[in-house]
Ligand binder design. Structure first.
Ligand code: SF4
Length: 218
């Protein structure tokens, strides 16, 4: 079978979307196995390995069977697998609102324009800031979102500088600022954003507010 006809899947489940402007929306998650980054604060390390290889058609069928209007492809890093791009197309063709959460390192140029890309830009506190693929910015549109996960003041100041230097507000993509759970007090982040009048949305991980730290399957 050609590589793009199968996917290694960690889990497929239904929950609410947790961290974007779609937060709170019922959503089916297709979590693929594997990531080529190792963010210091990663909360999905369980998806680095394991999973089961499935035919792409089976993944599509299972994702559609859960019946939510919104489907998100996530990981790990979902775009590392050759089957991810055609699966995104098929989900769009099925009439779904389709989201992909991606690290900012993987190339997003081939993602179907109907998909809402939620793309990280890694701040220094992740230890993976040097992996940001800046050329991805050219492929973002107002339907997309850029997410900064921030572990402290240094990360915040990095985000503030990047927004200005790269003129991110002009892209039209929504800008999300998200505190690392248990490291940066959201109240500090809110006060910094208000003080500086930054054009970002402070974004809490709703699934963690609801279920706590362990996010396996939720
Ligand atoms: S890119 Fe995402 S899945 Fe990969 S290490 Fe970073 S936070 Fe974890």
């Amino acid at each position: 079978m050609p590589k793009e006809d199968t996917l290694v899947v960690h889990e497929i489940y239904r929950s609410i979307q947790g961290e974007s402007t779609f937060a709170g929306v019922p959503c089916t998650f297709v979590r693929l196995t594997g990531c080529n980054l190792r963010c210091r604060w990663c909360d999905t390390t369980q998806a680095f390995r394991g999973g089961r290889r499935m035919a792409r058609a089976e993944v599509l069928k299972e994702a559609l069977s859960l019946g939510t209007p919104c489907v998100e492809l996530t990981g790990g890093e979902p775009l590392l697998q050759p089957g991810a791009l055609p699966l995104l197309v098929e989900l769009c063709d099925a009439g779904k609102t389709v989201l992909v959460e991606t690290s900012g390192e993987a190339d997003v140029s081939g993602v179907d324009p109907r998909v809402h890309k939620i793309m990280d830009l890694k701040a220094p506190g992740s230890n993976e800031s040097h992996r940001n693929r800046w050329s991805n910015l050219a492929f973002l549109s107002p339907r997309d979102e850029i997410k900064f996960v921030l572990s402290g003041r240094e990360d915040y100041e990095w985000m503030r500088r990047i927004i200005a230097e790269r003129e991110l507000a002009a892209l039209g993509a929504k800008l999300l600022a998200s505190p690392v759970w248990g490291e940066l007090d959201p109240r500090d982040l809110v006060s910094w954003v208000l003080e500086d009048g930054l054009p970002v949305r402070v974004n809490l991980q709703l699934h963690k507010v609801v279920w706590g730290r362990d996010t396996q399957g939720v």
